[in-house]
Design a protein around this ligand. Structure first.
Ligand code: NAI
Length: 704
């Protein structure tokens, strides 16, 4: 059973018990309705308490039922709430830990509410592109006041119970308990008290009967709309939250409830909500590996060593210091070590000056950092992460040394972005302990961590680094071994298309603008200037030798031959005023583009933004499909998480693979066939990956 029934004298206690968050799934709703009925039928019961087992009251919807018909099957949440509200015996909610979404809507349907201090109260539906759909927008403004209720509903952010309880005139809480431990006893006492109070037939208080007004409603809601449009212009849900709360101020309760439902159902079908719900599920699924069970034992990671204090090493070290894990940082020379340490100090100091970090916390973190020039000082680390030059010879030296000094059972990780992890593992006598941890730059900021699984990486090593990834607040996605792993292998095709678009008639600013209007944080040429165009140049030079048959636009090479590596050299695809980062279209770059067009004999043509976006995004999709087929990526949702957290893909589009599903795989294939007929593009690349053809034939999608 996912809800239990117990009596304490004249009070029945219904305990929601659906771990881990007491989600209001079908079985929980059924059990709660049955328990409620049992309490009604028992003449000895005079009041009913609804509580949550474990650490929380309820987080609302059961994510296991997400999107399945079960979520709406009777008794649905609205039915359960109605049953509580209509109960002739007083029903009390006793909340602790977390009371969110449907959990809070249920509590609002009860006659009385008591909460432990520190209970996180929220209606987070807006984060999934929705509005609360079980009365939250109609009851919360009545219980809490219009302004704080709207704030909670539009932000979706939690607020602690004791803070909300201080709001003047609030009716959300009848009482705040002394602590989690005393909550049940205090709830039972309150239940007895109210049973007595209503023994003479005094009507039970219902939130729906409370007045709901705002003295300057029209102006207030207008302000709120302006704010929401400014802050979240791409999302429809915040405006609908405002509409729904406004309804509560001037419509009878039942009418408001019906309209809220209608808005909720309509939002469920918006592309934005479908994308956000996909991302929510994909993020959780990414942390699971099919052949590594959740109960796989992990190795304790009490200390970490980082080798190389360059661009990546320092940022990688900061992740662990931030999580309270001691780090020893190794370099080959004192000067390099000093440089790396200075950057770590500078980054932390910047956080202190911005008020994001307190000085005492900084001191605590820095006290965990040691530095060394000697491998002997790493021997006891539980995990070592190598971030030295991207050169197989250097990696070989480093891993042979690590193999010699590290204690048995230590995990040996490489941050390589392109090299063959299996070869690196082969430099040791313990390939089972070797794994790739591909951080993104800046490593202390970027959410994405590609966990690269070598042919021999042991399951407990994978389980350990996935858990550790969570500790350092990364989104971990597992990738198999290939050149570029998931993210950069796809990026290469995306950037290749950007080059062809220049050859055929675009300017860098047109391509960037089209992608930014699509929703990317930055277009490909601005990204190139930020990251350094020399990185791609080095990769292309390697490709010209390894894969001479693959064609690239030569404009980028002309650019790099002039030393225009981007912001770091003061010029790249754009010009930059000294000390500024604003891109200025460059006449010189335009000349390079035209020079290259003449060399390859292309007459420029006008290219629509639609073609730009489709070629760039479907290049990601086709390469993503190959990665799935090869088993490098396990799930389409993993690819989406890589692009959302590491490459600035717009969240409301759900990632490239979800976007392709929404666009329709038939339409995607049609577009690819069209691109394949373009003589200046790469016809062989645009052959749809066999996986896409198969899904299409079977009427399936990547993410469905
Ligand atoms: P970097 O050149 O900034 O830093 C490398 C550091 O390693 C230097 O400080 C160097 O003195 C040190 N080093 C070289 N050989 C060493 C040895 N034998 N023992 C100890 N220290 C040694 O390079 P960066 O950019 O930090 O890259 C490091 C690794 O991270 C590479 O494998 C790279 O492919 C990868 N990576 C780089 C990203 C980036 O955006 N820069 C992103 C993701 C991965």
């Amino acid at each position: 059973m996912t809800a239990h029934y117990q009596t304490h004298g004249e009070v029945a206690v219904i305990t929601l018990d659906n771990p881990p968050m007491n989600g209001m799934g079908l079985s929980t709703r059924r059990a709660a309705v049955q328990a409620l009925q049992r309490a009604q039928d028992d003449p000895a019961v005079r009041a009913i308490v609804i509580a949550g087992a474990g650490k929380v009251f309820s987080s609302g919807a059961d994510i296991k039922e997400f999107g399945s018909p079960k979520a709406y099957q009777e008794p649905n949440l609205l039915g359960l709430i109605r049953a509580c509200e209509a109960s002739p015996k007083p029903v009390l909610a006793a909340m602790h830990g977390v009371c969110m979404g449907g959990g809070l809507e249920l509590a609002l349907g009860c006659h009385y509410r008591i909460a432990a201090p520190g209970t996180r109260m929220a209606l987070p539906e807006v984060k999934l592109g929705l509005i609360p759909g079980a009365g939250g927008t109609q009851r919360l403004p009545r219980a809490l006041g219009v302004e704080p209720a709207l704030n909670l509903i539009v932000s979706g952010e939690p607020v602690a119970s004791e803070l909300l309880a201080q709001l003047p005139g609030q009716k959300l809480f009848d009482r705040i308990a002394a602590s989690n431990d005393t909550l049940l006893d205090e709830a039972l006492a309150l239940a007895r008290e109210v049973a007595q109070r209503h023994a003479d037939g005094t009507p039970l208080p219902r939130v729906r009967d409370l007045p709901c007004q705002h003295p300057q409603g029209e102006a207030y809601f207008q302000f709120a709309r302006n704010m929401a449009k400014g802050m979240a212009p791409r999302y429809p849900a915040p405006l609908k939250c405002i509409d729904a709360v406004e309804l509560a101020t001037h419509k009878p309760f039942e009418d408001g409830l019906a309209l809220e439902r209608e808005m909720f159902v309509n939002l469920m079908h918006t592309p934005e909500s479908m994308a956000l719900r996909h991302v929510f599920a994909a993020e959780r699924a990414a942390s699971k590996i099919a052949d590594v069970p959740a109960d796989t034992p992990t190795r304790p990671i009490r200390s970490v060593a980082v080798i190389g204090a360059g661009t990546m090493g320092g940022g990688i070290a900061m992740n662990f210091l931030n999580a309270g894990i001691p780090v020893v940082l190794l370099e080959q020379q004192q000067a390099a070590l000093d440089r790396g340490l200075a950057i770590i100090h500078k980054n932390y100091q910047a956080q202190v000056s911005k008020g994001k970090l307190k000085q005492d916390k900084l001191d605590q973190r820095l006290a965990l950092l040691r530095s060394t020039l000697s491998y002997a000082d790493l021997a006891d680390a539980d995990l070592v992460i190598e971030a030295v030059f991207e050169d197989m010879g250097v990696k070989e030296q480093v891993f042979k040394q690590l193999d010699a000094v590290m204690k048995p059972g230590a995990i040996l990780a490489s941050n390589t972005s392109t090299l063959d992890l299996n070869r690196i593992a082969g430099f040791t006598r313990r390939p089972q302990d070797v794994v790739g941890l591909h951080f993104f730059s800046p490593a202390n900021v970027m959410k994405l961590l590609e966990v690269v699984r070598g042919a021999q990486t042991a399951p407990d090593v994978l389980a350990t680094v996935m858990a550790l990834g969570k500790t350092i607040k990364k989104t971990c996605v597992v990738s198999g071994v290939c050149d570029g792993f998931i993210g950069n292998r796809m990026l290469e095709q995306y950037v290749r298309q950007a080059g062809f678009l220049l050859d055929e008639g675009c300017t860098p600013q047109q391509v960037d603008r089209a992608l930014e209007q699509f929703g990317f944080a930055m277009g490909p040429f601005r990204v190139g200037d930020l990251a350094g165009n020399d990185i791609g140049w080095a990769i292309r030079k390697r490709r010209y030798v390894e894969k001479p048959e693959v064609r690239y636009s030569k404009t980028a090479d002309l650019l790099c031959e002039l030393g225009r590596f981007g912001q770091k050299t003061g010029a790249g695809w754009y010009d930059y005023a000294p000390g500024k980062r604003d891109p200025i279209p460059s006449p010189l770059v335009q000349q390079l583009i035209e020079q290259n067009r003449q060399q390859i004999g292309v007459q420029p043509r006008a290219i629509s933004d639609e073609e730009i976006v489709q070629r760039m995004v479907f290049a990601l999709v086709n390469e993503g499909a190959h990665l799935l087929q090869e088993g490098i990526a396990a799930k389409a949702g993993d690819i989406d998480m890589v692009y959302l957290t590491g490459y600035g893909f717009p969240v409301w589009r759900g990632g490239p693979m979800h976007y392709a599903d929404q666009f329709g795989l038939f339409n995607v294939v049609q577009a690819m066939r069209r691109f394949a007929r373009n003589p200046h593009d790469d016809a062989s690349f645009w052959q749809p990956a066999p996986l896409i053809e198969r899904l299409l034939a079977e009427g399936r999608t990547f993410t469905g």
